[in-house]
Design a protein around this ligand. Structure first.
Ligand SMILES: [Zn+2]
Length: 688
């Protein structure tokens, strides 16, 4: 019997992967790798480490693990089940142990060091040099210089942290799925768009229930709080949503993440101390584009001071509007989105829902591909027959379009965009395989997973996207292009690998810009029944509404960023416990927020980015990268949005280079100067 997870060099056989394959495959690879490492290091030790006898075989063994694990981790996210989850979780401590072992491996460190100090280092290419430099940096960050008992402690902490973050996301998922409400009569859902009503009805039917099933899935939750006239229902769903995985709300205490957060923060701080940093924020930026913690605070505070006055005005306008037109006494948290939508309607007479018919999914896809083709000289080809985890999934090849290698396959990606049960919420890009040159000289092409959570086709209509969803798709596609158009052949710095976290959102946010351009929108829109283009007046309104409440959105992102950075930077000062985490958030809100959420709001308990993802003391990266992407796009504003020379420059200096050079160096090569915040403020309508 063969294990489908141990077959390499082709696309994963998703339909054959069973939970019982997972742990044995991992055990096999880890034990093979451990044995192989001994051989590699023996040779490197006696002959002296070289690219051929060390760097390449080492990358190859690491890639094997990556190729085995990425489909597993993907399935765990998009086709979750209890057995799969158990198998996945059983592997986490083993993976963590293995990575700690490598991170503190003295002979491995010596091999990298000797490559660095030997005469041959200067003859290595940029990517190879960067691999060596990153490896040496990461050894230090993995505690290579620690005394044995401290190394042991470091390893134990890492292992515990990986369990805690997995538990944290499970709690969020379970708490989200535990809540649902079946509403019998449509009369209770007045205001809800037809598409959301149909989706809720379909959800009820799938469970053999009468009426409409409401859940905390993003499309449903957003629709209710934005459109539903029923204030009590909005309040009920807002409460359920913002208390997920906490000691508050309808499932209070059942999946409470509070104790996990306390332990996570304590362990992160301990790691920082072990490595001689003052705090975890310093540890976080050691691998980022930013150079010190003050720079991050002043970056965020500068944006806050530039946005706060406008944000206060926006809120004031909303309050006035709600009072004058709807006689509302107080605006509660569950009223904000609802009246904002009404105000937006009054000012611009356009809603996301009204736009849906003009953005059928296939047309959007076609337009997105056309934009990428014009900018980056590529084309796309759909593959009809392939092995998958769900019938909704589609597969595409990316082909070269430049005259020299016309039609040559460059990369492949899976596209899985509809929300469904057992699929993690949100949108993301993940790598399945990375571009690299194998030791036999072949080129392994990159493969990506692009995942979103849009409403699927309902009532015989094709899936119709809101403009927000179109933007989300472009965003993830931007990550995908970064991963897939790379020309780097060293896996550790190929595509998005090895790219500093505060620069990794550059290509994704950059691609969003085309969703806001008059010359690009007709390429991605057309009425699903008539094919007719988005009427000019709607287009104008949509563009005019772009910066509606942009200052309020800005300060909200700044609130999350400052909370994340402060709690990691000032951990020692705060003496963190369950209560004080919430206090830190309250303090930050006092400084930069214009809306004070109700006391029961426990946003921090589902802030998976920082407690379960890789964004601890790094959430600011989104804003940082927005500065980069806005500034990068301003070159296209100057030269034309389909300017070939600018497109080539972006492709060659950013997309193709991946993590092979420092992001500042790449940005300067592309833009001719260092980035500044002007373009972002201008795009957000925040310049005087
Ligand atoms: Zn992103």
């Amino acid at each position: 019997m063969s294990n489908p997870l141990l077959v390499f060099g082709q696309l994963p056989a998703f339909s054959s992967i069973l939970p019982e394959h997972i742990e044995p495959a991992l055990d096999q690879i880890l034990s093979d790798n451990r044995a192989q490492l001994i051989d590699i290091l023996a040779v490197a030790g006696s002959e002296g480490a070289t690219v051929a006898n060390f760097l390449q075989p080492y990358a190859e063994m690491e890639d094997k693990l990556e190729q085995m694990w990425s489909p597993v981790s993907h399935l765990n996210a998009v086709a979750n089940s209890d057995v799969l989850r158990d198998a996945y979780n059983a592997c986490l401590p083993k993976l963590s142990e293995y990575s700690t072992e490598l991170g503190q491996h003295r002979e491995l460190f010596d091999a990298f060091s000797s490559l660095k100090t030997s005469g041959q280092f200067v003859s290595l290419n940029d990517a190879q040099q960067k691999v060596v430099d990153n490896a040496l940096r990461d050894f230090t960050l993995s505690g290579i210089d620690l005394a044995p008992e401290k190394q042991q402690r470091f390893g134990d902490i890492k292992k515990r942290l990986s369990e805690l973050s997995s538990k944290y996301s499970e709690n969020v998922l379970d708490a989200s799925q535990a809540w649902s409400k079946c509403v019998e009569h449509e009369s209770e859902l007045v205001g809800l768009p037809a598409s959301s009503l149909a989706a809720a009805k379909q959800a009820a039917e799938a469970k053999e229930l009468e009426g409409y099933l409401l859940t905390l899935d993003i499309p449903c939750y957003i629709a209710v709080v934005t459109y539903c006239e029923n204030r009590a229902l909005r309040q009920e769903m807002y409460t359920a949503y913002t208390t997920r995985a906490s000691e508050q709300g309808p499932n209070a205490g059942e999946w409470d993440n509070s104790p996990l957060m306390v332990e996570i923060l304590a362990l992160k701080d301990e790691i920082a101390q072990l490595l001689n940093f003052n705090n975890y924020a310093e540890r976080s930026i050691a691998t980022k584009m930013t150079t010190d913690t003050d720079q991050v605070f002043s970056f965020l505070n500068n944006l806050a001071s530039k946005s706060l006055p406008a944000a206060r005005n926006e809120l004031f306008e909303l309050q006035e509007f709600a009072q004058n037109n709807y006689k509302t006494d107080t605006l509660y948290a569950w009223d904000i989105a609802f009246y904002s939508e009404k105000l937006k309607q009054e000012k611009y007479a356009i809603s996301q829902e009204e736009l849906r018919p003009w953005f059928p999914y296939n047309k959007v896809l076609e337009g997105m591909f056309a934009v990428a083709s014009r900018l980056f000289d590529v084309s796309f080809e759909e593959v009809s027959d392939f092995d998958t985890w769900h019938t909704d999934v589609r597969l595409f090849h990316v082909l070269s379009n430049d005259s020299e290698n016309q039609g040559e396959k460059i990369a492949t990606f899976y596209l899985d965009v509809y929300a469904r049960e057992h699929k993690r919420g949100g949108a993301w890009m993940a790598d399945c395989k990375v571009r690299r040159r194998t030791s036999s000289g072949e080129l392994q092409l990159p493969v990506a997973f692009l995942t979103c959570n849009f409403n699927g086709p309902v009532d015989g209509k094709p899936a119709l996207l809101t403009h927000n969803e179109v933007t989300t798709l472009f965003h993830e596609f931007g990550h995908g292009l970064h991963h897939m158009l790379t020309q780097v052949e060293e896996s550790a710095v190929s595509g998005i690998n090895g790219v500093a976290w505060d620069a990794v959102e550059l290509p994704s946010q950059f691609m969003e810009n085309w969703c806001w351009e008059k010359d690009a929108i007709p390429m991605m829109s057309g009425h699903y029944e008539t094919g007719e283009g988005l009427p000019d007046d709607m287009l104008d309104k949509m563009l005019a509404a772009k910066n509606f409440q942009s200052a309020m959105q800005m300060v909200r992102q700044l609130e999350f960023s400052l909370f994340d950075f402060s709690i990691h930077c000032y951990y020692q000062q705060h003496q963190i416990d369950k209560v004080s985490i919430h206090h830190v958030l309250d303090d930050i809100r006092e400084q930069v927020a214009v809306i004070t959420p109700p006391e029961f709001n426990r946003f921090e308990c589902s802030f998976s980015h920082i407690f379960a993802g890789g964004y601890a003391a790094g959430y600011y990266s989104y804003k940082w990268a927005e500065v980069l992407s806005a500034d990068a796009f301003s070159l296209f504003e100057e030269n034309g949005i389909f300017d070939k020379t600018s497109g080539d420059a972006f492709k060659q200096n950013i997309l193709e280079k991946g993590g092979s050079k420092e992001p500042m160096e790449l940005f300067v090569a592309f833009r001719g100067r260092e980035p500044n915040v002007d373009a972002l403020l201008r795009h957000s309508g925040l310049t005087a």
